[in-house]
Design a protein around this ligand. Sequence first.
Ligand SMILES: [Zn+2]
Length: 325
Amino acid sequence: MANEYEVKKQICEIGKRMYDRGYVAANDGNISFRLGGGRYLCTPTGVSKGYLTPDMIAVVDDAGKQIGGTWPRTSEILLHLEIFHELPEINAVCHAHPPHATAFAVAGINVPMRILPEVEILIGNVPIAEYDTPGSKNFAQTILPFLRNKANTILLANHGAVACDKSLEHAYFHLETLDMYCQILLLAKQVGNVRQLPDPKIQELLDIKRRLGIDDPRLDGGEVATLGGGDEFLKGFSMRCIPGHTPDSEGRGRGAGIANLPSQAGQPQPTEGTHIFPAVVAGRKLPATLGTSSQTARRRALEDEVERLVQVITDQIVGMNGSPK
Ligand SMILES: [Zn+2]
């Protein structure tokens, strides 16, 4: 069994890393660890994770009831316990709101796969669990289907991310890997393009994953919903052929790109016709009548302008009536 005091110190250390990297604001986020024998350590509620001390760490039982420590336990303990009960080999859970990853959770846009090798190996597919009120049993259970599909890192719609592993450090690493990845994706979108790794290279990564003993539904021939990789996100990329690549007859194309592999020109590339895509919330497409994101943005800008003008006119009228005669 783990040395309880040492684990408490490690929880404080991980909390500081989460805070220093900007994954948690104010008192956000929580961390937990399975001690064994139906006992779990967890962070207290209402405390910045950047300033934890070992005496603040609470002890809870299998039902989340506090059985040790004087600081009240996190209100999110049910989320953590759901993971511990579902996955007996998991000992540590970290929950935070890392901003780049949370942006995808807020947008309801799946994180695309098949882009960075480390991400493929260490975390794999990152699903988005449906939104529910934080702290509730329903909220805790939103992640169940994904735990059963071997996800170690899950986005929580309109909220944040949760990651788990055998050790506290590895659970935390998943959050760090995910947020860095999402940041790179957002930067790549600004640069204007992204290339996904082709099947043979993905297979090589899966072979490495098997050798390292890291589970992935693809190793059993299982389905990963976003295997193709976050199509909604990728559709926003440039329509133009990447310089140095082989364009098709319309000037689009991904070209060879990767040494010793067949050209990707001719593989699906976002086109003008498919560029407009519906908003997606927690994996569900909203009705097309809501309009595209750009149409919505334009409409909102127009509404803001009208509102501003109404305010200016109202201020003038009030000013005229209120002015001394
Ligand atoms: Zn949270």
